[in-house]
Design a protein around this ligand. Structure first.
Ligand code: PHE
Length: 460
């Protein structure tokens, strides 16, 4: 096994085991993206065909980039920016590759600013579920509750603040303490609860329609922008392309097999998203709701089920607690590249970096808070037809999910495939012989070509 200079490879700052890294990387991957975002964008983009394209993107683009980014992070062993600097220096690659590091820090910063606002929604819904406000409520009443939340900027701001405070506290304390242990227990529980929700959905009369909506592809419903959204979501849901896995990989011991780990993470992540879809779409159809109704989808469907089932108060409250945990384990991974950068460049302590970075992100998040109420008619790029109806939140989401993450993934695939030193690469990835050669063909040609084609189609 090749040994590289790795500042983070001091024993105390490494993940305690392969399992710990899997759980943390899966914790980053599994989040609001799977349970909140995947169902609503699937609904907006017509269902089956979108899901199919998304799955192809996971396999062809997501997994290879997940592997490449983690390998880069482990080799560099520092923040994404410093890692890119030292690897380009060592392997004599062009300086332009360093943009990968910058893109990562800026994108993690931006994505957390809106992610935290949605994380706040799950906080609100823990309270609502526990107070029993869903019991016996019909679709209209539940939709009205969600509408009232969005209409109230102060309430959104409050919960956005609480969410960010939690993230700052956890990240400020260091990556090992607390985090690993909490994730260990709670993520499997989330999985169990989702399965229970799917079983509930099986007993509604919308199940067959829900399954058909998700899995029978009708390509006439898929637009070229929909394909871009599917690609972007494959990157978003695996947390790739913006340095998060580079940052996490920098704490990974050299003996861990990255290829196997990456596949495990992708399977878990995709499994959770599909379960969430199977839990939600049957409820959408059974209650005559609109699958394309947007970001509120899970908040207006799941509460209906909680309101009807026996034990729904407890079940609903636990579900939203777990959604919150999933959101937090993702959010802390977004803050990580920013914190590492502040530690290195500004010489701040970890706690100070988390506080300073977190506060600036919190401030930017106010733009998203207002997008759902006071600024709901503000379309900053409205003069461009494509962005006509996009609010500040829509634009941030588009910028990060549809541009920075897929383009960052493209750059990472190209860098790892073409510019990264080959010596010891097969061992670093954890593949040998034919499987290594096949993997390199995918990484060097298919992955970049796949991303490029989607972008070209969207430009013309
Ligand atoms: N993968 C996370 C989710 O699905 C979101 C995320 C994006 C996390 C970017 C880290 C970086 O919720």
């Amino acid at each position: 096994m090749t040994q590289h200079t790795q500042p983070h490879q001091a024993a105390s700052s490494l993940w305690s085991s392969r399992l710990a890294f899997i759980l943390a990387a899966a914790g980053s991957a599994v989040g609001l993206g799977n349970i909140w975002k995947f169902p609503y964008i699937t609904g907006e983009n017509g269902g089956g065909a979108f899901v199919l394209v998304y799955l192809v993107c996971i396999a062809l683009i997501g997994v290879p980039v997940l592997i490449a980014e983690t390998v880069i992070g482990r080799r560099g062993g520092q923040s994404p920016i410093a890692t890119m600097r030292s690897l380009t220096g060592r392997d004599g690659a062009a300086r332009g590759w360093r943009a990968i590091g910058w893109n990562g820090v800026v994108a993690s910063f931006l994505v957390l600013s809106f992610y935290s606002v949605i994380g706040g929604w799950s906080l609100v819904y823990i309270g609502k579920a526990a107070a029993g406000v869903f019991t016996g409520a019909d679709a209209e009443a539940i939709g009205a509750q969600f509408g009232a939340l969005l209409a109230n900027p102060w309430e959104l701001l409050l919960w956005h603040s609480v969410f960010m405070a939690l993230v700052i506290l956890i990240v400020g304390r260091g990556i090992r303490s607390g985090l690993e242990r909490a994730v260990n227990m709670l993520m499997p529980l989330l999985f169990v609860l989702l399965v229970a929700m799917v079983i509930y959905a099986m007993n509604t009369d919308g199940f067959a329609r829900g399954v058909r909506f998700m899995f029978s592809p009708d390509f006439s419903k898929l637009t070229t922008e929909g394909v871009l959204v599917a690609l972007g979501h494959a990157a978003f849901t695996l947390s790739i392309g913006i340095g998060v896995l580079m940052a996490y990989g920098s704490y990974l011991p050299t003996r861990v097999n990255i290829a196997r780990t990456a596949v495990t993470i992708a399977v878990i992540d995709t499994g959770v998203a599909l379960l969430a879809g199977l839990a939600i779409f049957p409820l959408v159809f059974a209650n005559g709701l609109e699958p394309g109704s947007g970001p509120g989808l899970i908040f207006v469907t799941l509460p209906l089920a909680f309101g009807k089932m026996s034990g729904g108060v407890l079940f609903g409250a636990v579900f939203f607690v777990l959604l919150l945990v999933a959101a937090i384990t993702s959010a802390i991974s977004m803050l990580e590249p920013v914190v590492e950068w502040l530690e290195e460049h500004k010489g701040f302590s970890r706690a100070r970096s988390a506080l300073f970075g977190g506060l600036v992100i919190w401030f930017v998040g106010i733009g998203t808070v207002l997008s759902f109420n006071l600024w709901s008619d503000v379309h900053p790029l409205g003069f461009i037809a494509f962005f006509k109806d996009k609010t500040v939140f829509d634009l941030l989401d588009f910028l990060v999910s549809s541009l920075m993450m897929p383009l960052g993934s493209l750059a990472i695939a190209l860098f790892a495939g073409w510019a990264l030193g080959r010596q010891g690469l097969a061992e670093d990835i954890g593949l040998r012989g034919l499987s290594y050669r096949l993997f390199m063909v995918v990484l060097r040609y298919l992955t970049p070509a796949g991303i490029a084609v989607v972008f070209l189609y969207n430009l013309v």
